[in-house]
Design a protein around this ligand. Structure first.
Ligand code: ADP
Ligand code: ZN
Length: 614
């Protein structure tokens, strides 16, 4: 079959996306490749289609290296649904099951074999690959999540380093490395560590146009989150990231109490519970996962409608990767973050207190600053995000700042008052204080502490009585983000002047801030106002909605029987397209995206029945 035929008949898609076709051709012709594509870009097809084509051409099996043991079962299940012969080898199989897979492998029955890196490099498995190689039945290696080879990435896996054996032991077998991690350092590391210097690089745009970025100032973050979910994503699947395990558990409980289906996930939970919660998130509809960043790597659930951050990540790479888990299906999704002064202080402190060398810490601070600048930005978030990864773009029209230009106020005066207060306290008392005390002085609030230290006598006491605490906090945050103030973690998070403070004090550098925006005035989506009614990814009339919910119920049942997530059977978008078309016959089902030959064969009859009955 031609590549297009495979795309259409096996996967049910009409067109390749972005560079997919070029990558497929490259692999079919036997060249190495490095594929950098954002999450949801469609990396899987880049190796699955060449694997199928090469297997059909008698070239044998493609080995897919993946660190994501928990997900292999579903990936293989999805291929089975599409009629492709696939299997996996990892520690979840019994030795008997492993043996069965090995037998099928040696017989040439398997088109795609998923294996964990530690399994791949065992003498036993390498010997089996030797035998395939000698018979010309080792078609290709696809190394997924290839950034795991780099210690610069956030998911360093030493086992990945051993993968150089593939190149040395099986010369001439084409290899491809795939990742969604965009930065240059990681990219170079992959090329070097996997000896892919000769590989052709395919770099996609990292833009995720369907994701809407919103960053709000933290007030009552729990309330803000509840409001966000209720207004925009009632009944939909999402991920809420928190920094600590404790907070994860509290927040999950809070959501449940508010009537939102939610589960916790963090590294401190029992393995079994964690796995169970992940399974439920993948399999059930409309589940919210409240998690630390331990959750999410390789989660390929396509219909995650929002990712919310209640605490700020460490850097833009982390923010981008975590938010990237929203909307892999290409339908509208939200990346929402609440951040505040405390986040800035905490992140600074974690860097300061880490045992790393000063140079490394400096690099971490630089990365944090870039994220702070993104959070404080009054212009297009996407332009800044993409710019960080070296990609130029135009204002997007789909971020908070583009949708509603934020009011900006000039905080220069407030900044100077704060800085000079910090300077004067230091002069008078010889020590520094934290943000609360500094703000009290500027606002002229007498407290036990101001009395104790005689700080009411400072000439700046009360000079900023007109400013609200919220405003001053915003200015402090901005000053820290600018590097004009520094938080000393070793000394109770006290604030200290830096070399950059002077220019601000002198009024040479303006301090512009977002107006502490009133709570989102964005109108709730129509469907959200209707409450718990079904939401479809495209607009459907009431009959269409009935068909859509009937199809969803049917899909849930099939998924349960097959022990697979619902989206592996059909995506929401596919069900919605069916509901819209109201097919009467097999013919009417032709050309709906996501229905390949095998699925048509397996499900057409039932789908037609469900649609007619609805
Ligand atoms: P990645 O691994 O890059 O995050 P996936 O391979 O999981 O992305 O693909 C994301 C989604 O896009 C999947 O649901 C997949 O079925 C869909 N997809 C990929 N390629 C195409 C295409 N050419 N046409 C339509 N849908 C596609
Ligand atoms: Zn924008």
């Amino acid at each position: 079959m031609s590549h297009h035929q495979i795309l259409r008949e096996v996967f049910g898609y009409e067109q390749f996306r972005g560079p997919q076709q070029a990558i497929v051709e490259n692999m079919v012709s036997g060249q190495d490749a490095l594929v950098l594509m954002p999450t949801g870009g469609g990396k899987s097809l880049c190796y699955q289609i060449p694997a199928i084509a090469r297997h059909q051409a008698g070239q044998g099996v493609t080995i897919v290296v993946s660190p994501l043991i928990a997900l292999m079962h579903d990936q293989v299940g999805a291929l089975h649904e599409a009629g492709v012969s696939a299997a996996f080898l990892n520690s979840t199989l019994s030795s008997d099951e492993s043996y069965q897979v090995e037998q099928r492998l040696l017989k040439g029955d398997i088109t795609l074999l998923y294996a964990a890196p530690e399994r791949l490099t065992t003498p036993r498995f390498l010997a089996q690959l030797d035998s395939l190689f000698e018979r010309g039945q080792l078609s290709m290696f696809a190394i997924d999540e290839a950034h795991c080879v780099s210690q610069w990435g956030h998911d360093f896996r030493p086992e990945y380093r051993a993968l150089t054996v593939l190149h040395e032991r099986f010369p001439g077998v084409p290899r491809m490395a795939l990742t969604a991690t965009a930065d240059a350092l990681t990219r170079d590391d992959i090329l070097e560590r996997l000896q892919l210097e000769q590989a052709k690089a395919f770099v996609s745009s990292f833009d995720r146009p369907n994701i809407r970025y919103t960053i709000v100032e933290k007030r009552d973050s729990t309330l803000q989150l509840l409001r966000f979910i209720e207004r925009e994503h009632a009944g939909e699947a999402g991920i809420v990231y928190c920094q600590s395990r404790r907070k994860v558990e509290d927040m999950a409980q809070t959501l449940v109490d508010a009537g939102i289906q939610a589960l916790p996930y963090h590294a401190g939970l029992d393995n079994k519970v964690r796995q169970q919660n992940q399974d439920r998130f993948l399999r059930e509809e409309g589940m919210v996962m409240v998690a630390t960043i331990a959750f999410g790597m390789g989660i390929d659930k396509p219909d995650v409608r929002f990712v919310a951050h209640l605490d700020m990540p460490k850097n833009i790479e982390g923010y981008y990767q975590e938010t990237g888990r929203a909307g892999r299906d290409g339908l509208p999704a939200d990346a929402w973050m609440a951040y505040g002064l405390q986040d800035v202080v905490n992140q600074r402190r974690m860097i300061d207190e880490s045992p790393a060398g000063e140079e490394f810490k400096q690099a971490l601070r630089g990365k944090l600053d870039a994220l702070l600048a993104l959070a404080e930005a009054t212009d297009c978030r996407r332009v800044r995000l993409l710019g960080y990864f070296g990609e130029a773009s135009q204002p997007c029209g789909n971020c908070d700042n583009c949708l509603e230009a934020p009011a900006v106020w000039d905080g220069t005066d407030a900044a100077r008052k704060l800085l000079s207060t910090i300077y004067r306290i230091q002069q008078m008392s010889g020590v520094s204080f934290g943000s609360g005390h500094v703000m009290d002085i500027v606002r002229g609030k007498t407290t036990e502490k101001t009395t104790q230290y005689g700080h009411q006598t400072l000439s700046t006491f009360g000079v900023g009585a007109d400013f609200s605490e919220l405003q001053l906090r915003g200015v402090l945050r901005q000053l820290i983000a600018m590097g004009a103030l520094q938080v000393d973690a070793q000394a109770f998070n006290t604030l200290q002047l830096t070399a950059a403070s002077r220019a601000v004090l002198r009024g040479e550098v303006p301090v512009l801030l977002r107006e502490a925006a009133a709570e989102s005035s964005r109108k709730p989506k129509r469907s959200a106002r209707l409450g718990a009614v079904v939401k479809a990814p495209i607009s459907l009339d009431s009959d269409g909605l009935l068909r859509y919910s009937a199809l969803k119920a049917w899909r849930a049942e099939v998924a349960r029987q097959h022990n697979l997530p619902a989206y592996v059977i059909f995506h929401d978008a596919t069900l919605a397209a069916i509901a819209q078309r109201a097919p009467q016959s097999l013919d009417d089902l032709q050309g709906i995206s996501g229905i390949g030959v095998k699925k048509l064969e397996a499900y057409a009859e039932e789908v037609l029945r469900v649609v007619t009955l609805a």
